[in-house]
Every structure is written in C-alpha cells, then in structure tokens.
Design a protein around this ligand. Structure first.
Ligand code: GLN
Length: 539
C-alpha cells in the first residue's frame, strides 16, 4: 500500500442517470479553477471496461484514442484533462478494469497473495485504490481529480465505487470529497425541469456508502431555484452545493460558469483548503477568443468515423485553438472518405480553404483520402496530413508524380509492386494488437522548411502511433521530384515530416501533433494549416 503524502486531496466525480453528461468537462473545469487558484492539480480517469486500454477500440465505441507521452493509448477524457490543465499525463492516469484485473491475476500467478482466496473485495478494490493513490502521488499534485467512467448503478462500476468509498476511509474524510454529475431533464409542453432521475441516482450512490458533497445538474438551462433546493434537500447538502451546468456555447465557458456559482469555494471549504480566488484572466480571454472569431475559414476533415465528431476531438480542438490565435472561426466540413470513393469525384470538397487527413487504419476510405490529397496538391489547397494522412500523401505523390503504378502501403496492399509505405522493421512478426505500435514521444530533427519555421526550433518531440513508415528505398526518388522530408528521427532513417515545394501549404507528419495542442499553444502544424487557409480564402 502506498503511504499518503501529507496534503493530497481527492475529488471523486461520479455520474448518474446516463452517460455522456460531461463528467469529463466537469472534472477538467473544477480542476482548472483550482489550478487557477494556485493549487497543483492532476487528474485520473477510471474506465470500468475490460479492455486493458482504449488502443484496440473502434472510435465509434468511445471516440478518439488519445495517446500520451509515454505511449499509453487512452480514453479521450485524458485529452480533455491535458488541454484544460495544460499538463502531460501518463498511463498511470487511466485505470481500467482490464488493467486492474490483469495486475491482480499476474500477482496471483506470481504467488504474491500467499495462499489467500483472491476476490473482488478486497483484492481488486485494493488495486484500484493503490492505483489512484500512486497516480496522484507520483504527479506530486496537491489535488487529484478522479473521474469515474460509467454511471452509478452499473454492475461493472461497483468495484470502483467501493474503491471511492474506501479511499475516504483511508485518507480521512477531510481529504476526499465527491461531486455527482446528473441529468435534470426538461419534459412536457411547459418545459418543467424534473428531479426524479437525480433523486434516484443520489439514493443509489448513498446506498453504496458515498454521500455526494456537490451535485452538478446538467440541464439545458440554469436550474430553477426551487428545483435546485429540492435536489439539495434530497442530497442533504446546502443549496449552494447544487451547481447548474446548463448547455454552454463552448466547453471552455464551463469553468467560468462554475466560478460564478462558487464551485471552487465549496471545494476549498470542504477540503479544508485556504479559500483562494482563481485568477482566470488568461482563460477568460481564451474562452472569448475561441467563441467569437472573425473571418470564417472552412477545412475539410476527411475521415471514416465522422458521424461521431469525438472520433477526431483533438483535431477539432486544435483547429479551434489555431482559430483563436489567428482571430478566425474554423468551420469543419466533415467528409466521409468512403463517400468520395463511391462518388468518384471530389465535388464534396469544392469551396473549402484547406484539407485535413487525420490518422487512420485499413483500406476503407483510404482511396478517398488519396483523392483528397491529390486534389489539394494539384489545386494548391492547403493540406495537412497526419500519420495515415502523411503516408497517403506519399503514396499519391509516388503514383501520380513519379508514375509508380500500384504504389501503396504494405498495410493496404501487401502485394504492391511499390510499397512506398512499409512495415517498421521492428514491427515484423508482432502479432498482438494492444500497445505494440511505435507509440508516444519521439524526437524529430527539422531541416529548413515550413515546419521548422512554425515550430521555431531544430528538434521537437511529438507523439506517435503507427506500425508503418515511409520506405527509405524511395526517398531519393520522391525528393528529386519536389516532395521533401524536412523532419526525420534522430537516426535520420525514419521520415517524420514531408513538405511539397512550390505549394502554399502541403505539410504532413508521421507523428500526431494534435495530441500536444493546448488552448494557448495550438499545434504549429494546425496553426500553419489555418493560416494558409486564411490566405487561400482571401485569394
Ligand atoms: N495505419 C498507419 C500505420 O499503422 C497509420 C496509423 C495512424 O494514422 N495512426 O502506420
């Protein structure tokens, strides 16, 4: 068991009624306010699913797979924490049932339990509590936000709830508090806010031994006074501890709405901290810029999970941050790559000021993405390719400029006569899919070009997630025709960035710049795209 540091405070955020209520945004926003008040804040996400990590999940299951600096492939909420709190977290900060069980079973096989019968209680719950504590303490924070995925009452959430209760027992009541996020639906022709679902979920939570200190009520408007009072009554908390979370124009307004309602004070008082007023000047300014915007530019995002915008959340936010810096509004035109293939034309792209082809896997939609790269290259439309979008831009160039018929990626056509994108040598013979790609932070050396001017330095470190790479055998031929690899790994052998000469902005990267994009520090490559799109618009 980990020994607790003196001042570590835990804020556990649970969700009731249904999922998708914005528990992640609630945790991030509360964390941000405390950070602005001068506390060092970190965050942990608990995911009750049996997957060890999110890496093997289809984006339609939980949205984007976010990649952390140490290469952990995690739930997109971790991306929200990193963006709101401007921090870099590690795999410790995402605890899944899969991870916990794996560890417990490994310990059992190793004989660590010394003959005991290994059970959910106490062994699994102990592993969860220790995991939470370790993540919090390793980050040397003062306050750790802990978001519990799922909804109170789910069978799979039970060990986590029990861990949440146990943590308070072990750390002391004054060091652990609970925020419960719930839905207050509006029904009927008069649009009445209804508290019954909230009442039930509070009861359920109390039945598990957790008494929420604060209730955050999601509704389309502020909670009516009598409704808030009623919820307070049922939860047995003061009226001020019922916080409204009405629909916001932007998620970045949520911390400010919480500030107005005094959420930080409630937390500080409850945890015995000094009441400090958060300095949100910088955040307020950003929130204003990100929502206002001037000129509008339109960027086509070519994906294959576009029905769920969260599948591309880090790109979406990166483009917004770039817009906030440049004083423009970035509108995304969501394009399904397979539709481009089916129609055989790029008509759907006409009129956009830029094209973004994000990461991806597999054949479905790949040719549609290649069509988009070709169009952007030929028509001088700003283009940003990321990972798959980098590899496909190379394939397009090899086919149409070098005339290499059948050029492809070994991932898409293992029999291609010109595998210009090939498997990474160290990946050959790797069969397991989970956590086996080239992942996380790797350094990249930049040579003269747009990327280097955008980054403003010679060596950068960016996050990766891939199994394939540009085949070194083709580099000289490709470069001779004007597509230059201006970013390479430290060995110089692995291609990391490409740029097309004599094009306003045709840039792509093997790494994922979107994962390190922050509100006040957008990814340089997204910034470059939006800047070029603005110039394109002005014609
Ligand atoms: N499928 C490609 C690879 O494995 C690209 C991966 C990605 O875009 N994240 O290399």
């Amino acid at each position: 068991m980990y020994t607790s540091v003196e001042l570590m405070k835990y804020i556990i955020v649970t969700g009731g009624v249904l999922s998708g209520l914005g528990k992640g945004i609630t945790s991030s926003s509360a964390g941000l306010l405390l950070q602005c008040a001068g506390y060092k804040v970190t965050a942990v996400k608990m995911d009750p699913y049996l997957n060890v990590d999110a890496g093997t999940m289809n984006p339609y299951e939980h949205g984007e797979v976010f990649v952390m600096k140490d290469g952990a492939e995690v739930d997109l909420d971790l991306g929200n924490y990193e963006r709101f709190l401007h921090c870099n977290l590690t795999s410790e900060h995402n605890i899944t049932t899969g991870k916990v069980y794996k560890k417990v079973i490994e310990k059992e096989r190793h004989g660590d339990y010394l003959g005991q019968t290994v059970q959910i209680i106490p062994h699994v719950v102990r592993e969860i509590v220790d995991g939470m504590r370790k993540a919090a303490e390793d980050s040397k924070a003062d306050i750790c936000m802990v978001e519990f995925g799922g909804t109170v009452g789910d069978i799979e959430s039970m060990p986590f709830m029990e861990a949440g209760r146990l943590l308070s027992r072990e750390e002391g009541k004054e060091n652990v508090m609970y925020i419960h996020t719930t839905l207050v639906p509006v029904v009927g022709s008069v649009g009445e806010q209804k508290t019954k679902p909230t009442q039930h979920s509070i009861k359920e939570l109390q039945g598990l031994g957790i008494r929420p200190d604060i209730i955050v009520g999601r509704s389309n408007d502020m909670l009516d006074e009598d409704i808030a009072a009623k919820i307070a009554f049922f939860a047995d908390i003061p009226r001020e501890a019922v916080i409204s979370a009405p629909d916001a124009q932007s998620i970045y307004d949520v911390p400010l709405m919480f500030l107005e309602q005094g959420l930080h004070e409630l937390i500080e008082k409850r945890l015995g901290l000094k009441t400090k007023k958060p300095d949100v000047t910088k955040w307020k300014d950003f929130a204003k810029r990100v929502s206002n915007g001037g000129d509008e530019v339109e960027i086509a995002l070519i994906g294959k999970y576009t029905a769920l915008k969260d599948s591309y959340i880090s790109h979406k936010e990166s483009l917004r941050y770039a817009g906030a810096v440049l004083g423009c509004r970035v509108k995304i035109r969501w394009i399904e790559a397979p539709d481009l293939e089916d129609s055989g034309t790029i008509k759907e792209l006409e009129g956009v000021n830029g094209v973004l082809v994000p990461g991806g896997f597999g054949n479905r939609g790949a040719e549609g993405k290649i069509m988009s790269a070709k169009w952007a290259r030929e028509q001088n439309i700003p283009y940003l390719g990321v990972c798959f979008g980098f590899q496909l831009a190379t394939i397009e160039f090899a086919r149409n400029v070098l005339g290499l018929k059948g050029a492809n990626s070994a991932e898409l056509d293992p029999k291609s006569p010109h595998p210009v994108v090939n498997i990474l040598p160290e990946q050959e013979g790797v069969d397991d899919m989970g956590a086996t790609m080239r992942l996380g932070d790797h350094d990249v050396n930049l040579s003269k070009g747009k990327a280097r001017s955008l980054y403003g330095k010679d060596t950068i470190s960016e996050r990766h997630r891939h199994r394939y790479e540009i085949n070194p055998e083709y580099i000289d031929r490709i470069e001779a025709k004007g597509l230059k690899y201006t970013g390479r790994d430290l060995s110089g052998r692995r291609m990391e960035i490409l740029e097309l000469e004599k094009h306003p902005y045709f840039v792509a990267s093997q790494f994922h710049p979107e994962f390190k994009s922050r509100p006040d520090e957008p990814s340089p490559l997204h910034l470059g795209l939006v800047k070029a799109a603005l110039t394109h618009k002005k014609g």
